[in-house]
Design a protein around this ligand. Structure first.
Ligand code: C2E
Ligand code: CA
Ligand code: CA
Length: 852
């Protein structure tokens, strides 16, 4: 059965059912109006039954029934279904004769329907929802015209009732909504006077219903804005503008406070121009505030992003095009955002773009943010180090749509690190490699086993430069030395500063020995050139020791030691020499090391002895003192000369122990001598350095109980060189103890007559070389005379040492020397032998022929 009972858009049964449902009438209780119609219809047509029948999906349901015992039937047996389908009046004179109904249970049952007349109920929307029908158990020929028109009129009345039922219901709903809504619902008549004012309007505008009704609608708008509003209100009733939507206006409350509102108007009434309008008004202050907040949040965020001190960029993860870059980014890249956005790294940076995009790719593949560091050359050529973290973020179109990048400029950090690295590896003053990195490199070279030459360079006279011109000048010389070294070697080598004035050059090339020799002589020649400094011209020189790897050693220690040996030898050869290491040096060094160990043992065992050599008065020939001279008899080698073991003891830090030991021993021995004989002890300049000398001397005197003035100390001129003030200070302290101080080997060292001004020595010992030459050299004789004159003037005795011949003795005595010492009188002898000698010393002295 085709139920599509309306043309066009109404043709749909589903829509018809929806319209029926929308009426809200199905299954509602009986109503008098409807019952009146069915009663009238039945009566007017003289029929037994009548009904207002509504056809829904499955049944016909009777809104009103007259003479019908049941409230509904199934749809398929309903006569009305046919009227609804045809949308026309349906008359069935005798159902038993009609094929459509003859088997219908409503017909076949006891007292069933024979006659039926139904008029379709068509509502204003055009849908047919049911019928007004009458039926009778008796067949009839049809309806008279009058009956037909009565039935149609009643059907129309039923339709009206159904529709007004709907409107009433809508009205009820609307009233409830209007009461309950938080929106103001306001209506005005054609003159703009308020005729409706809901509770929300009372609250919103702070005006009670009574107060609002009858007032002009402009009341809700502040006076200063009323003109604009008047126009809106004036046209509001004119036409229906479904597109108009909401207007934003400013409202005013009874207390004068203003608030933003949203207003939508719809006309109502009979029709233009007599229409009024209804308005729904919403207070949008909260929404506005939220909007404002959101707006300010956004602009805050924008400001943060723009001013972020790190570069921030966003790229599309697919196209890799930049979507945004902040101001720091613009500055870092050196291009304005307009030139960056919309382009890829490849387009922007032809040289590194690909590598940036590769990083993007890695970031896309990774599950968490990735950080990379990269170097970037700006448009202006300045290199920048970036540390960039990339994270994938979701976008509106798809997850992980964007690459978010934050790049920090770590250039300053990297430069600082480089600086630290340089400080760690290079000597700050000269820029050459420092000692630590030299050791590192040397270690690596040795491990690699490659051939190289190592030149150990020591500056000559550098201390003098420092002393004479000051440290800044010294620094300048060192810097220039470093530069000259760099210049003297080819690119196949490098320079390191490994000590105050010690440098090292490493060469890596072919024909090493030859090249090393060339380099060494170039260096010697170059360093021999004067150095210009702010304080004047300085002169230095270089001594060089050379070792070759692998010939001269297989470990760094061995190589360095052998280089030192070669350097030592070079220095022995005189300044400005270079010397290759050789095996003999090694043997000598080993020998020395062995001797050093033995000396250490001998000192510890107290095996260094003292011999004594007498000193005579030139006037009386009497022994006035004896000089203590150290003697060491090595168990294997026999006697070792003090010229050998004293410097050795000095070099290996044993001189203090030894000096103290000998000092005590000398004092002890002297204690057994006649009391007018003094004892002279030689001191090493190094003994002045520890600061313990004065205490040691005092200790030796007190433990041996000799008179302080019986002790003489022999010091050489060299000692004054190091620390002038402290040396003189100690000499004065010694003098204060009552001790005599002699200056030894006078005339060969760095003598300065000013020393005599600073400190009055008790005696001067003329160096043996003058004594040797007094017979043959007039110059020597003149010098001796001058020293004697000085001694007389300053009240110092003059001792001539190393007197071997009578002729020397005679000349020395004649010249005015006050004391004599030498093989002519006595060799150094053992303590016992000396005691013998002193006891048997004839009053006219030893071999006194000249002294008489
Ligand atoms: P020095 O202090 O100038 O000692 C004099 C040296 O000349 C001694 O040599 C002595 O034996 C030697 N001599 C004395 N008369 C003659 C002579 O007529 N002809 C020749 N050819 N030589 C003579 P020695 O004992 O070998 O000492 C050498 C140097 O060793 C000393 O020179 C001194 O500088 C140092 N020395 C010796 N003993 C000690 C010591 O106990 N302490 C320190 N610090 N140095 C010492
Ligand atoms: Ca001496
Ligand atoms: Ca001497």
């Amino acid at each position: 059965m085709d139920l599509s009972n309306a043309p066009g858009s109404l043709s749909n049964e589903a829509n018809r059912l929806a319209a029926l449902m929308g009426l809200g009438i199905l299954d509602t209780p009986a109503e008098r109006d409807f019952d009146e119609i069915t009663r009238l219809a039945a009566t007017a047509l003289g029929a037994e039954s009548a009904a207002v029948s509504l056809i829904d999906k499955e049944r016909q349901w009777f809104k009103s029934r007259f003479g019908v015992p049941f409230t509904e039937t199934t749809r398929d047996i309903a006569f009305c279904t046919h009227a609804v389908a045809s949308r026309d009046v349906l008359i069935v004179p005798d159902a038993t004769l009609d094929d459509r109904f003859s088997a219908n249970p409503l017909v076949t049952r006891e007292g069933g329907i024979r006659f039926y007349a139904g008029v379709p109920l068509i509502i204003s929307s055009g849908y047919c929802i049911g019928t007004l029908c009458v039926f009778d158990p008796v067949s009839r020929p049809g309806l008279t015209d009058t009956q037909r028109s009565v039935l149609i009129d009643l059907a129309r009345l039923a339709t009206d009732f159904i529709e007004s039922h709907r409107l009433r219901r809508m009205g009820e709903i609307a009233a409830r909504v209007v009461d309950a809504t938080s929106d103001s619902v306001v209506a005005a008549d054609q003159n703009g006077r308020i005729v409706f004012w809901n509770p929300a309007a009372e609250r919103m505008f702070g005006r009670a219903f009574d107060e609002a009704i009858g007032r002009k609608i402009e009341m809700i708008i502040p006076d200063h804005l009323a003109d604009d509003a008047r126009e809106i209100f004036a046209s509001a009733g004119a036409e229906v503008t479904p597109e108009a939507g909401f207007l934003e206006l400013v409202g005013v409350r009874a207390d004068g406070s203003e608030f933003p509102l949203e207003l939508s108007v719809a006309p109502w009434g009979i029709g233009p121009p007599d229409n009024g309008f209804a308005a729904i008004i919403r207070d949008i202050s909260t929404r506005k505030a939220l909007d404002r907040e959101r707006e300010s949040d956004k602009s805050f965020l924008d400001t943060v992003v723009r001013n972020l001190p790190a570069m921030l960029f966003v790229k599309d993860a697919e196209t890799r095009k930049y979507l945004m870059v902040n101001r720091t980014g613009e500055r870092a890249i050196g291009k304005p955002a307009e030139e960056i956005v919309g382009r890829t790294d490849r387009e922007l940076f032809p040289h590194y773009g690909a590598s940036y995009e590769r990083r993007d790719g890695e970031a896309i593949a990774a599950s968490s943010p990735l950080t990379f560091e990269s170097k970037f050359i700006r448009e202006d050529g300045r290199p920048i180090h970036f540390r960039t973290t990339r994270a994938l973020i979701d976008g509106p179109d798809r997850p992980r749509q964007y690459i978010l990048g934050i790049s920090e400029d770590v250039t300053a950090t990297r430069l600082a690190e480089a600086q630290v690295l340089r400080l760690a590896h290079y000597d700050m003053l000269t820029g050459a490699l420092n000692r630590a990195s030299f050791n590192d490199r040397l270690h690596r070279l040795v491990q690699e086993g490659e051939a190289f030459a190592l030149l150990s360079i020591d500056l000559d006279r550098f201390k003098a430069v420092n002393d004479q011109l000051g440290h800044p000048a010294g620094d300048s010389v060192l810097t220039q030395v470093s530069d000259r070294l760099q210049a003297a070697i080819t690119e196949s080598g490098w320079v390191a500063r490994v000590g105050g004035d010690e440098f090292v050059v490493v060469l890596k090339c072919s024909r090493l020995r030859e090249r090393a020799a060339d380099a060494a002589s170039a260096i010697v020649a170059s360093i021999a050139q004067p150095f210009a400094t702010e304080k004047g011209v300085a002169h230095a020189g270089a001594s060089i020791g050379i070792v070759l790897m692998p010939e001269d050693g297989s470990t760094t220690t061995q190589l360095r030691e052998n280089a030192d040996l070669a350097l030592y030898r070079a220095k022995q050869m005189g300044r400005g020499n270079a010397c290759f290491f050789n095996a003999e040096m090694d043997a000598a060094a080993q020998d020395r090391r062995k001797l050093e160990g033995d000396l250490r043992g001998a000192i510890a065992a107290g095996n260094i002895e003292l011999f004594y050599q007498p000193v005579l008065s030139a006037r009386t020939g009497q022994i006035t003192s004896a000089e203590a001279l150290a003697r060491w008899t090595h168990t294997e080698r026999g006697p070792v000369r003090p010229d050998i073991f004293i410097p050795l003891a000095e070099e290996c830090g044993l001189i203090d122990d030894l000096g103290q030991q000998l000092l005590r021993k000398a004092c002890r021995d002297a204690q057994t001598w006649p009391h007018h004989v003094r004892v002279a002890v030689n001191l090493s300049p190094l003994q002045f350095l520890t600061g313990k000398l004065v205490d040691n001397v005092r200790d030796a005197i007190t433990t041996s109980k000799i008179r302080a003035d019986r002790l003489q100390l022999e010091v050489t001129e060299g000692l004054v060189i190091r620390d002038v003030e402290r040396t003189f200070e100690q000499l004065e302290q010694l003098r204060a103890l009552g001790i005599q101080v002699l200056i030894d080997d006078f005339g060969v060292g760095y003598s300065s007559l000013s020393y005599f001004q600073r400190f009055p020595f008790d005696k001067v010992k003329l160096d043996k070389s003058f004594v040797d030459e007094i017979v043959t050299s007039r110059a020597a004789k003149a010098i001796i005379q001058a020293v004697v004159g000085l001694g007389e003037a300053l009240n110092m005795g003059i001792v001539a040492e190393g007197v071997e011949t009578e002729e020397q003795m005679r000349l020395l005595v004649a010249t005015g020397c006050t004391h004599l010492q030498g093989y002519l009188f006595s060799r150094p002898v053992s303590a016992d032998a000396l005691r013998e000698m002193l006891i048997s010393n004839p009053p006219n002295g030893l071999n006194t022929s000249a002294a008489a």
